[in-house]
Structure formats: C-alpha cells, structure tokens
Ligand binder design. Structure first.
Ligand code: KIV
Ligand code: ZN
Length: 512
C-alpha cells in the first residue's frame, strides 16, 4: 500500500458551507490557484447544480487549473450529475463526486426510501457519472451512523458500477478514532474490489475530533483525506488541512506517511482564505493561529533561547509563518509591490496590479508602514470583490461628546444613487440604521468585531460583521484607516452576500 496520502481540498465546497461564508467567482478562482500552488492533489470546486454562480465558478476553476483533479459535487440524481459534468468537462482530470445517505435515520426521515431503493440509486448514479468521466467518487453520506454490513453492500455496488474513489464521511462529526479506524478495516476486509479504489475520509468537527479521526482512518488504510483550509466548513467545520498535514509531517517517525503539500505555503494560504471569507482564525488555533508560535512563559522562553527544540516541535518557517514584517512604504515602487503580491499568493493582471498600486499609494500617504495584511485587504476589497447590488459612494459622520451621532450616506443601489441621513446611539449605529433603511433590510447584527491591522494609531481598522436575515446568514469584511468607513464597508459587504445567499436558496428550493 502506498505511503502517500492524497489531499482532497473542499474549502470551496464544504468550506463555503460555513455559516455566513460565501465567495464570488473571482475569489474562488484565486483560492483555487493558491491551492494548486500549495500542492493539493484534488480540489472540490463546488456544487454546480446549486446556483448559476456555483456553476460558473466550477467551470472557470476547471478551465484554469493545470495539475489537480477538479471535482464537482452532485446528489445521486441524474440531473445533478449531468450538470456537474457540464461544469468540469474542460478540466484536465475531471471527477464527479456523487453522494447518497446510507444511515437508517437518514433513509427513514430524510430520503423516505428503503435500503433496496438506495442501493439502486447508488448504482444508477455511479453508472451515469462513469458514462461521463473516468474518475468517479462515491460518498455514503452519514456512513459512520450506518449499519456496517449495509454500508459495505452499498460500497460494493458503487465499486461494481465504476467508482474509483470511495468516501466514508463522518457527516455529523459523531465517530471517534478507534471506531472510525475499525470501519475502514471492516470495509477493506469485506468489500470486493475496494483494494483497487482510493479509500477516502471526510470528517466534521462537531466533537473536535475531525483531525484525530482522519489520522486514525489513515493508519487503518484510508489513503485520501478531505479537508479545508483553517478547518472551515458546515457547522463546526471539517478536518483542517494544515493540522492534518503537519501531524503527518511532524510525526513521520510514528506514521511514516507523506503528502504532496508544500507546507511552507500553508500560512499564506490560511491568511488568504481568512481575508477572502472574512472568517477569522482563532488566536490559539493549531498551526496557523496568531499564538501558535508565541511563547509566553519565562521557562519556555529560557528553554527556547538555549535550544529551539526544547519547546518547538516544528519551525514557523516550515509553514511559511513570518512575524508581521514591515514590507513597503511610501517610496516603494511598482516592482516591489508586485513581488509582494505574488509572494502573498495573488496572481493579478497588469491592470489589476495598477489599480491595487494606486490604492497602496493612497494608503501609504495616510499610514507610514504598510504590512502584508494591508496589502491583503487592498486586494480583497479592490480587486477580488465584484461590484454588487449595494456600493458605498459617500459617508460623513458627526459625533462627539455633546452631539447626536448622525450619518449621511450615499449608496449606489442597482446602479442608482440614493442618499439619506439618520441618527443612532453611536456613529456605527447611525451608519447601520441609515443603510438598513436605505436598502429595506430586516437583518439582525449578530456580531461586530474590529481588529487593528498592525501599526500604530494610523493602522487599518479591519471590521468583520455577521448578519442574520430569517434563516440566512452572512459574514462581511471591510478595512480602512477610518473604522467607521470600514464598518460601513463590512456591513454593505455582508448585505450583498445575504442577497446572494437568498438567490441561491431560491434555486436550491426549486431543485428539490
Ligand atoms: O459531510 C458530508 O457527508 C458531505 C458529503 C456531501 C460528502 O459533505
Ligand atoms: Zn461534509
């Protein structure tokens, strides 16, 4: 059995199912190119039947990527499968990932189908996918809560119908390491032909065990792990790519497995995904959290000064982590700016570089020191964001000790300029109330966070907001030296994403 574990990245599909996360086509293509550089073997680009935006993003990713297998997700329905293939047909190595539930609980309450019916569905969907492309992954949804002999039966049928990869998802994050390892062992011993397929695992983190479960499954014979950057994904997220990959690398002595990941690109990739999705990384997150390499205790610092390995099991360099360093200033030229953009993982056209460079110069006039985070914020806002329904044109605020905070806002709504002024409890409240009235939004602000991008009092303020409107949620981000402007930008970004979510949901409901 090979000792290389394939990395199947689903940041653009399951990752995008994180509450509030959604990416536009440009953002998805940017992340996909970075994942290719990172060395992932397989990229799940999306769920094409879900919305025209998903279809467009998957098609574009299939067109531009050269090395990885490009995957489109499809329910076990002929229409989904045909649309999925249509989206990936230009890829060098297209793969359809089709799934159906196998647990009795899903069969009874969700699918309302018998075990026999699901066997037939699995067979027909894999056959259809196989008639379109050689590479077919079959997933038994909720596999870890399925009856094991029945799961083996479904997997056998999928293999006989032509599946080349078998995915055993822990859909609800319920399993534990030794149980998951035993499931792999059982399938490997009881399913005819499974040795000629790739056994894949896909874990959710509801009990915080996604990485441990993935490692256990690999030790028991799985050779593909499905994961996401920063562990983002449905509910508590998925197996975090960086944690899984670094576990295998740091404990090679114990496991003996390799991956094709260029680990020194892990940190820039984590930063890019966080900047684009607006989903911040918790400071104590393993591998990529801000504190992952900071040593606070005197005893630890003393040990580190004497010998790094006393308290450091991996070097920051091994994941490409660099302390935020001063990169550019007011006098930096285009060339240095372009180099830095490339180093951060963004491939921009000459026109885009020119546009970003102008914003950089404007910022450098206000702020002496420009950091990587500033540049990331410029690219995320000026280049990757596609002009959407609501755009901020003008904002003025009056607030102070003896004034009623008042905001005057001009927005472009569907291309027409609209202006309004209103009051609030504070300047941010005044801005949000005014904008809400202008766009007629009933959304509720779930959270509002401000972070200073390193520097002094002239730092960029980075604002992240989470909104809820009925069953829909969105996360918006904005960065500006004026935090009230950053707050307005983040709010408008979140409102635009809510609009996108609602449109997508209409499509999904029509599809069922
Ligand atoms: O968690 C899950 O079961 C999934 C499937 C669609 C593979 O994401
Ligand atoms: Zn999943």
């Amino acid at each position: 059995m090979t000792d290389t574990v394939l990395i199947f990245d689903t940041t653009l599909r399951d990752g995008e199912q994180s509450p509030g996360a959604s990416m536009n086509v440009r953002e998805k293509v940017t992340v996909a190119k970075q994942l290719e550089r990172l060395g992932v073997d397989i990229i799940e680009a999306g769920f094409p039947v879900a919305s025209p935006g998903d279809f467009e993003a998957v098609s574009e990713i299939a067109r531009v990527l050269k090395k990885p297998v490009v995957v489109a997700l499809a329910r076990a329905k002929i229409k989904d499968i045909d649309v999925a293939f249509d989206a990936i047909k230009s890829a060098k190595r297209p793969m359809i990932h089709t799934f159906v539930s196998t647990s009795d609980i899903h069969l009874k309450y969700q699918l309302k189908k018998s075990r026999e019916e699901v066997l037939k569905i699995a067979k027909a969907s894999v056959k259809r996918a196989k008639s379109l492309t050689e590479l077919v992954e079959f997933a038994a949804m909720d596999a870890t809560r399925s009856d094991l002999p029945y799961l083996a039966e479904v997997v056998a049928v999928a293999i006989a119908a032509g599946a080349t990869t078998i995915n055993i998802p822990d859909t609800v994050g319920y399993t534990v390491p030794d149980e998951y390892a035993a499931i792999m062992k059982y399938l490997l011993e009881n399913v005819p032909g499974i040795e000629n397929t790739t056994l894949s695992v896909h874990c959710h983190n509801d009990l915080g065990l996604a990485v441990a479960n993935s490692v256990a499954a690999v030790s028991s014979g799985a050779r593909q792990v499905e994961c996401t950057i920063n562990g983002i994904g449905e509910r508590a997220g998925n197996t975090s790519l960086e944690e899984f990959v670094m576990s295998l690398k740091v404990r090679k002595d114990r496991f003996g497995y390799n991956t094709n990941i260029k680990t020194e690109l892990i940190y820039p990739t984590s930063r890019m995904v966080s900047a684009i999705t607006g989903i911040t990384v918790q400071p104590n997150k393993a591998i990529v959290g801000a504190n992952a390499f900071s040593h606070e205790s005197g005893i630890h610092q003393d040990g580190l000064l004497k010998e790094k390995t006393t308290y450091e099991i991996m070097t920051p360099q091994s994941i490409g982590y660099s302390h935020t360093s001063l990169v550019l200033g007011k006098h930096s030229g285009r060339h240095a700016f372009k180099e830095r953009i490339l180093k951060l993982g963004y491939e921009l056209t000459d026109d885009q570089i020119e546009k970003a460079f102008k914003s950089f110069k404007k910022l450098a006039d206000k702020k002496k020191e420009i950091f990587d985070e500033d540049i990331e914020a410029i690219v995320a806002e000026d280049i990757l964001r596609i002009p959407e329904r609501y755009q901020l044109i003008f904002l003025a605020i009056s607030s102070g000790t003896d004034t009623i905070p008042t905001a005057t806002v001009t927005l472009s709504i569907d291309g027409s300029k609209v202006r309004k002024a209103d009051f609030g409890d504070g300047p941010v409240d005044a801005v949000y109330k005014t904008i809400k009235k202008m766009v007629g939004s009933k959304s509720r602000l779930l959270s509002y966070e401000v972070k200073a991008i390193p520097g002094g009092t002239d730092a960029l303020g980075e604002v992240t907001v989470r909104l809820q409107d009925g069953e829909f949620r969105s996360v918006g981000a904005g960065a500006h030296t004026d935090i009230i402007v950053a707050s307005a930008m983040a709010f408008i970004n979140a409102l635009n994403k809510l609009e996108g979510r609602k449109k997508k949901d209409v499509r999904e409901t029509q599809m069922v």
